[in-house]
Ligand binder design. Structure first.
Ligand SMILES: *Cc1c(COP(=O)(O)O)cnc(C)c1O
Length: 356
Protein backbone atom coordinates (compact mmCIF):
# COMPACT_ATOMS: atom_id res chain seq x y z
CA UNK A 1 0.00 0.00 0.00
CA UNK A 2 1.35 3.45 -0.80
CA UNK A 3 0.83 6.72 0.99
CA UNK A 4 2.09 10.22 0.24
CA UNK A 5 5.83 9.79 -0.26
CA UNK A 6 7.89 11.35 2.46
CA UNK A 7 11.55 12.14 2.65
CA UNK A 8 11.60 11.56 6.38
CA UNK A 9 8.65 10.28 8.35
CA UNK A 10 6.33 13.11 7.27
CA UNK A 11 3.74 12.70 4.53
CA UNK A 12 4.63 15.04 1.67
CA UNK A 13 1.17 16.60 1.68
CA UNK A 14 2.10 18.38 4.87
CA UNK A 15 5.41 19.80 3.75
CA UNK A 16 6.30 22.08 0.86
CA UNK A 17 5.81 25.73 0.04
CA UNK A 18 2.21 26.11 1.14
CA UNK A 19 2.64 24.41 4.45
CA UNK A 20 1.20 26.25 7.44
CA UNK A 21 2.90 25.89 10.83
CA UNK A 22 -0.07 25.30 13.10
CA UNK A 23 0.50 26.28 16.74
CA UNK A 24 -3.14 26.19 17.88
CA UNK A 25 -2.82 22.88 19.69
CA UNK A 26 -0.93 19.61 19.85
CA UNK A 27 -4.14 17.98 18.54
CA UNK A 28 -3.42 19.17 14.98
CA UNK A 29 -0.72 16.60 14.17
CA UNK A 30 -1.18 14.29 11.18
CA UNK A 31 -0.18 10.63 11.20
CA UNK A 32 3.43 10.09 10.19
CA UNK A 33 4.38 7.60 7.49
CA UNK A 34 5.31 5.09 10.19
CA UNK A 35 1.88 5.51 11.76
CA UNK A 36 0.15 5.05 8.38
CA UNK A 37 2.18 1.89 7.87
CA UNK A 38 1.07 0.65 11.31
CA UNK A 39 -2.58 1.15 10.30
CA UNK A 40 -2.03 -0.66 7.01
CA UNK A 41 -0.57 -3.73 8.67
CA UNK A 42 -2.83 -3.81 11.76
CA UNK A 43 -4.57 -7.08 12.55
CA UNK A 44 -8.19 -6.29 13.44
CA UNK A 45 -11.31 -7.99 14.80
CA UNK A 46 -14.57 -6.99 16.45
CA UNK A 47 -13.55 -5.23 19.66
CA UNK A 48 -17.06 -5.46 21.14
CA UNK A 49 -16.43 -9.23 21.18
CA UNK A 50 -12.94 -8.56 22.56
CA UNK A 51 -11.54 -9.90 19.28
CA UNK A 52 -9.35 -7.05 18.09
CA UNK A 53 -5.73 -8.04 18.73
CA UNK A 54 -4.42 -4.53 18.10
CA UNK A 55 -6.86 -2.95 20.56
CA UNK A 56 -5.95 -5.63 23.09
CA UNK A 57 -2.24 -4.95 22.54
CA UNK A 58 -2.75 -1.19 22.95
CA UNK A 59 -4.75 -1.64 26.14
CA UNK A 60 -2.15 -4.01 27.58
CA UNK A 61 0.67 -1.63 26.66
CA UNK A 62 -1.10 1.41 28.16
CA UNK A 63 -1.92 -0.45 31.38
CA UNK A 64 1.67 -1.62 31.67
CA UNK A 65 3.13 1.83 31.03
CA UNK A 66 0.92 3.37 33.70
CA UNK A 67 1.45 0.50 36.16
CA UNK A 68 -2.18 -0.62 36.15
CA UNK A 69 -4.04 -3.92 35.74
CA UNK A 70 -6.24 -2.94 32.84
CA UNK A 71 -7.08 -0.31 30.23
CA UNK A 72 -9.89 0.52 27.84
CA UNK A 73 -9.72 2.49 24.59
CA UNK A 74 -12.04 5.48 24.10
CA UNK A 75 -12.80 7.66 21.12
CA UNK A 76 -11.81 10.80 23.03
CA UNK A 77 -10.52 12.12 26.31
CA UNK A 78 -13.91 13.62 27.03
CA UNK A 79 -15.54 10.20 26.81
CA UNK A 80 -12.78 8.59 28.85
CA UNK A 81 -13.03 11.17 31.65
CA UNK A 82 -16.83 10.91 31.68
CA UNK A 83 -16.77 7.12 31.92
CA UNK A 84 -14.17 7.37 34.69
CA UNK A 85 -16.21 9.81 36.78
CA UNK A 86 -19.31 7.64 36.25
CA UNK A 87 -17.36 4.51 37.24
CA UNK A 88 -16.31 6.17 40.51
CA UNK A 89 -19.46 8.13 41.40
CA UNK A 90 -23.13 7.23 41.44
CA UNK A 91 -26.17 9.44 40.92
CA UNK A 92 -26.28 12.37 43.35
CA UNK A 93 -22.71 11.84 44.51
CA UNK A 94 -19.97 14.37 43.97
CA UNK A 95 -16.35 14.73 42.97
CA UNK A 96 -13.81 17.39 43.90
CA UNK A 97 -12.09 19.13 40.99
CA UNK A 98 -10.15 22.29 40.18
CA UNK A 99 -12.04 25.23 38.66
CA UNK A 100 -10.72 25.51 35.13
CA UNK A 101 -9.82 21.83 34.85
CA UNK A 102 -10.97 20.38 31.54
CA UNK A 103 -13.68 18.08 32.93
CA UNK A 104 -15.70 20.98 34.36
CA UNK A 105 -14.79 23.57 31.75
CA UNK A 106 -14.59 21.99 28.30
CA UNK A 107 -16.63 18.79 28.42
CA UNK A 108 -20.17 20.23 28.22
CA UNK A 109 -20.67 19.17 31.87
CA UNK A 110 -21.41 15.62 30.75
CA UNK A 111 -20.74 14.40 34.29
CA UNK A 112 -23.87 16.26 35.43
CA UNK A 113 -25.97 15.67 32.32
CA UNK A 114 -25.21 12.01 31.71
CA UNK A 115 -23.88 10.88 35.07
CA UNK A 116 -26.05 12.91 37.48
CA UNK A 117 -22.80 13.49 39.36
CA UNK A 118 -22.13 16.87 40.97
CA UNK A 119 -18.80 18.64 40.49
CA UNK A 120 -17.51 20.50 43.56
CA UNK A 121 -14.98 22.80 41.98
CA UNK A 122 -12.29 24.67 43.87
CA UNK A 123 -10.09 27.47 42.48
CA UNK A 124 -6.54 26.35 41.72
CA UNK A 125 -3.37 28.21 42.66
CA UNK A 126 -0.93 29.67 40.13
CA UNK A 127 0.74 26.30 39.55
CA UNK A 128 -2.54 24.54 38.84
CA UNK A 129 -2.93 22.82 42.21
CA UNK A 130 -6.08 22.62 44.31
CA UNK A 131 -4.88 23.74 47.77
CA UNK A 132 -4.61 20.82 50.18
CA UNK A 133 -6.63 22.44 52.97
CA UNK A 134 -9.41 23.23 50.49
CA UNK A 135 -9.48 19.58 49.38
CA UNK A 136 -9.69 18.45 52.98
CA UNK A 137 -12.47 20.92 53.72
CA UNK A 138 -14.45 19.84 50.68
CA UNK A 139 -14.94 16.23 51.77
CA UNK A 140 -18.47 16.10 53.20
CA UNK A 141 -19.39 14.53 56.51
CA UNK A 142 -21.79 11.60 56.39
CA UNK A 143 -24.94 13.66 56.86
CA UNK A 144 -28.16 13.47 54.83
CA UNK A 145 -27.86 17.18 54.05
CA UNK A 146 -24.79 16.60 51.89
CA UNK A 147 -23.97 14.66 48.77
CA UNK A 148 -21.57 11.76 49.25
CA UNK A 149 -18.08 12.84 48.19
CA UNK A 150 -16.52 9.99 46.21
CA UNK A 151 -13.63 11.22 44.15
CA UNK A 152 -10.80 13.70 43.77
CA UNK A 153 -10.00 14.49 40.13
CA UNK A 154 -6.69 16.19 39.32
CA UNK A 155 -5.30 17.29 35.96
CA UNK A 156 -1.67 16.87 34.89
CA UNK A 157 -0.44 18.79 33.01
CA UNK A 158 -2.79 21.73 33.58
CA UNK A 159 -2.23 24.54 31.06
CA UNK A 160 1.04 22.76 30.37
CA UNK A 161 2.10 22.94 34.03
CA UNK A 162 3.16 19.62 35.52
CA UNK A 163 1.83 18.98 39.04
CA UNK A 164 4.77 17.95 41.21
CA UNK A 165 5.18 14.41 42.55
CA UNK A 166 5.10 15.86 46.06
CA UNK A 167 1.78 17.60 45.45
CA UNK A 168 0.17 14.53 43.86
CA UNK A 169 1.35 12.40 46.79
CA UNK A 170 -0.08 14.79 49.38
CA UNK A 171 -3.36 15.59 47.63
CA UNK A 172 -4.19 11.95 47.01
CA UNK A 173 -3.16 10.96 50.55
CA UNK A 174 -5.54 13.55 52.02
CA UNK A 175 -8.57 12.09 50.26
CA UNK A 176 -7.57 8.45 50.59
CA UNK A 177 -7.67 8.90 54.36
CA UNK A 178 -11.29 9.95 53.92
CA UNK A 179 -12.06 6.90 51.75
CA UNK A 180 -12.26 8.72 48.41
CA UNK A 181 -11.00 7.44 45.08
CA UNK A 182 -8.67 9.41 42.82
CA UNK A 183 -8.74 10.09 39.08
CA UNK A 184 -6.18 11.89 36.95
CA UNK A 185 -7.13 13.66 33.76
CA UNK A 186 -3.78 12.83 32.24
CA UNK A 187 -4.54 14.07 28.74
CA UNK A 188 -0.89 15.20 28.74
CA UNK A 189 0.44 12.97 31.51
CA UNK A 190 3.32 11.86 29.27
CA UNK A 191 4.44 15.49 28.96
CA UNK A 192 4.28 15.66 32.76
CA UNK A 193 6.30 12.46 33.22
CA UNK A 194 8.95 13.63 30.76
CA UNK A 195 9.15 17.07 32.40
CA UNK A 196 9.30 15.58 35.91
CA UNK A 197 11.88 13.00 34.83
CA UNK A 198 9.84 10.08 36.15
CA UNK A 199 8.30 6.94 34.65
CA UNK A 200 4.59 7.33 33.74
CA UNK A 201 3.79 4.52 36.20
CA UNK A 202 5.23 6.60 39.05
CA UNK A 203 2.55 9.20 38.33
CA UNK A 204 -0.05 6.48 37.80
CA UNK A 205 0.69 5.04 41.24
CA UNK A 206 -1.08 7.94 42.95
CA UNK A 207 -4.38 7.40 41.16
CA UNK A 208 -7.09 4.75 40.85
CA UNK A 209 -7.71 5.74 37.23
CA UNK A 210 -5.81 7.82 34.69
CA UNK A 211 -7.13 9.05 31.35
CA UNK A 212 -4.36 9.43 28.76
CA UNK A 213 -4.86 11.18 25.41
CA UNK A 214 -3.21 9.51 22.43
CA UNK A 215 -4.26 12.35 20.15
CA UNK A 216 -2.37 15.24 21.76
CA UNK A 217 1.42 15.34 21.90
CA UNK A 218 1.61 11.61 21.23
CA UNK A 219 0.43 12.27 17.69
CA UNK A 220 -2.41 9.79 17.13
CA UNK A 221 -5.34 11.00 15.03
CA UNK A 222 -7.92 9.58 17.48
CA UNK A 223 -8.20 8.06 20.92
CA UNK A 224 -7.65 8.07 24.64
CA UNK A 225 -7.10 5.22 27.06
CA UNK A 226 -8.37 4.90 30.59
CA UNK A 227 -6.23 2.77 32.90
CA UNK A 228 -7.00 1.39 36.36
CA UNK A 229 -7.86 -1.75 38.31
CA UNK A 230 -9.59 -4.61 36.48
CA UNK A 231 -12.81 -3.84 38.41
CA UNK A 232 -12.92 -0.13 37.60
CA UNK A 233 -12.02 -0.72 33.96
CA UNK A 234 -14.78 -3.34 33.65
CA UNK A 235 -17.23 -0.73 34.95
CA UNK A 236 -15.87 1.89 32.55
CA UNK A 237 -16.18 -0.57 29.66
CA UNK A 238 -19.88 -1.05 30.43
CA UNK A 239 -20.35 2.74 30.61
CA UNK A 240 -18.48 3.15 27.31
CA UNK A 241 -21.05 0.81 25.73
CA UNK A 242 -23.87 2.87 27.26
CA UNK A 243 -22.34 6.07 25.86
CA UNK A 244 -22.20 4.56 22.40
CA UNK A 245 -18.45 4.44 22.49
CA UNK A 246 -17.79 0.74 21.91
CA UNK A 247 -16.23 0.34 18.47
CA UNK A 248 -15.81 -2.62 16.13
CA UNK A 249 -12.56 -3.00 14.12
CA UNK A 250 -10.98 -0.32 16.27
CA UNK A 251 -7.56 -1.81 15.60
CA UNK A 252 -7.13 0.74 12.82
CA UNK A 253 -7.22 3.40 15.56
CA UNK A 254 -5.39 1.35 18.16
CA UNK A 255 -2.52 0.78 15.71
CA UNK A 256 -1.86 4.53 15.80
CA UNK A 257 -2.05 4.61 19.57
CA UNK A 258 0.31 1.69 19.92
CA UNK A 259 2.73 3.30 17.48
CA UNK A 260 2.48 6.53 19.50
CA UNK A 261 3.20 4.81 22.83
CA UNK A 262 6.15 2.98 21.30
CA UNK A 263 7.70 5.93 19.46
CA UNK A 264 6.46 9.28 20.65
CA UNK A 265 6.85 9.52 24.42
CA UNK A 266 10.53 10.31 24.93
CA UNK A 267 10.52 12.75 22.04
CA UNK A 268 8.09 15.02 23.94
CA UNK A 269 11.29 16.49 25.43
CA UNK A 270 11.91 17.99 21.97
CA UNK A 271 8.54 19.72 22.06
CA UNK A 272 9.40 21.16 25.47
CA UNK A 273 12.73 22.39 24.10
CA UNK A 274 11.01 23.89 21.05
CA UNK A 275 8.50 25.68 23.30
CA UNK A 276 11.29 27.24 25.34
CA UNK A 277 13.14 28.22 22.15
CA UNK A 278 9.95 29.83 20.93
CA UNK A 279 9.44 31.66 24.24
CA UNK A 280 13.04 32.95 24.18
CA UNK A 281 12.78 33.94 20.52
CA UNK A 282 9.55 35.88 21.01
CA UNK A 283 10.82 37.60 24.17
CA UNK A 284 13.96 38.54 22.22
CA UNK A 285 11.91 40.41 19.62
CA UNK A 286 11.23 43.10 22.24
CA UNK A 287 7.92 44.02 20.65
CA UNK A 288 5.69 46.49 22.52
CA UNK A 289 2.37 44.86 23.32
CA UNK A 290 3.71 41.31 23.12
CA UNK A 291 4.66 39.75 26.47
CA UNK A 292 5.72 36.17 26.94
CA UNK A 293 4.11 35.33 30.27
CA UNK A 294 4.78 31.60 30.66
CA UNK A 295 6.40 28.60 29.06
CA UNK A 296 5.11 25.32 30.49
CA UNK A 297 6.25 22.01 28.94
CA UNK A 298 5.01 22.30 25.31
CA UNK A 299 3.00 25.50 25.74
CA UNK A 300 3.92 29.16 25.50
CA UNK A 301 1.49 31.82 26.74
CA UNK A 302 1.72 35.31 25.32
CA UNK A 303 -0.22 38.45 26.27
CA UNK A 304 -1.09 40.76 23.39
CA UNK A 305 -2.17 44.38 23.26
CA UNK A 306 -5.62 45.09 21.80
CA UNK A 307 -4.01 46.31 18.59
CA UNK A 308 -2.08 43.08 18.15
CA UNK A 309 -5.08 40.89 19.09
CA UNK A 310 -6.97 42.49 16.22
CA UNK A 311 -4.42 41.97 13.49
CA UNK A 312 -1.83 39.38 14.51
CA UNK A 313 -3.73 36.16 13.66
CA UNK A 314 -4.37 37.15 10.04
CA UNK A 315 -0.95 38.79 9.62
CA UNK A 316 0.68 35.57 10.84
CA UNK A 317 -1.47 33.37 8.62
CA UNK A 318 -0.29 35.37 5.59
CA UNK A 319 3.21 34.39 6.73
CA UNK A 320 2.41 30.70 7.10
CA UNK A 321 1.79 30.55 10.85
CA UNK A 322 -1.56 29.71 12.40
CA UNK A 323 -2.51 30.63 15.97
CA UNK A 324 -5.76 30.60 17.92
CA UNK A 325 -7.07 34.09 17.45
CA UNK A 326 -8.98 36.88 19.09
CA UNK A 327 -7.91 36.67 22.69
CA UNK A 328 -5.57 38.87 24.71
CA UNK A 329 -3.72 35.80 25.99
CA UNK A 330 -2.72 33.37 23.28
CA UNK A 331 -1.42 29.84 23.71
CA UNK A 332 1.20 28.56 21.29
CA UNK A 333 1.70 24.80 21.36
CA UNK A 334 4.75 22.84 20.21
CA UNK A 335 4.14 19.34 18.83
CA UNK A 336 5.33 16.55 16.56
CA UNK A 337 4.77 18.57 13.38
CA UNK A 338 6.78 21.60 14.54
CA UNK A 339 10.55 21.33 14.01
CA UNK A 340 13.36 23.49 15.40
CA UNK A 341 13.54 25.16 11.95
CA UNK A 342 9.84 25.88 12.18
CA UNK A 343 10.40 27.63 15.52
CA UNK A 344 12.89 29.98 13.83
CA UNK A 345 10.37 30.62 11.04
CA UNK A 346 7.65 31.34 13.60
CA UNK A 347 9.82 33.84 15.47
CA UNK A 348 10.65 35.74 12.29
CA UNK A 349 7.00 35.61 11.18
CA UNK A 350 6.03 37.19 14.52
CA UNK A 351 8.74 39.82 14.07
CA UNK A 352 7.52 40.68 10.54
CA UNK A 353 3.84 40.55 11.43
CA UNK A 354 4.24 42.79 14.48
CA UNK A 355 6.24 45.43 12.65
CA UNK A 356 4.14 45.36 9.45
C1 LIG B 1 -7.77 17.55 25.32
C2 LIG B 1 -8.03 17.32 26.74
C3 LIG B 1 -8.99 16.40 27.17
C4 LIG B 1 -9.82 15.54 26.24
O1 LIG B 1 -10.17 16.11 25.08
P1 LIG B 1 -10.76 15.34 23.82
O2 LIG B 1 -10.69 16.38 22.78
O3 LIG B 1 -12.13 14.93 24.18
O4 LIG B 1 -9.90 14.16 23.52
C5 LIG B 1 -9.17 16.24 28.52
N1 LIG B 1 -8.44 16.95 29.40
C6 LIG B 1 -7.50 17.83 29.03
C7 LIG B 1 -6.71 18.54 30.07
C8 LIG B 1 -7.27 18.05 27.69
O5 LIG B 1 -6.34 18.93 27.31
Amino acid sequence: MTYPAASSDRPAAFSGANRVIDLRSDTVTRPSQGMYDAIASAAVGDDVYGDDPTVNALEAKAADLMGKEAAVLFASGTQSNLAAVMAHCGRGEEFIIGTGYHIVTYEAMGTAVLGSVAAYSIPTNDVGEIPLDAIKGAVKLPDPHFPVTRLLSLENTHNGMPLSMDYMAKATAVVREAGLNTHLDGARVMNAAVALGVQPAEVGAYFDTVSVCLSKGLGSPVGSVLVGSADLIAKARRIRKMLGGAMRQAGVIAACGLYALENNIDRLAEDHLHASQLADGLAGLNVDGLDVVACNTNMVFVDLSDALVARLPSALLERGVQISGRSSRIRLVAHLDVSADDVDKVVSAFGDACSA
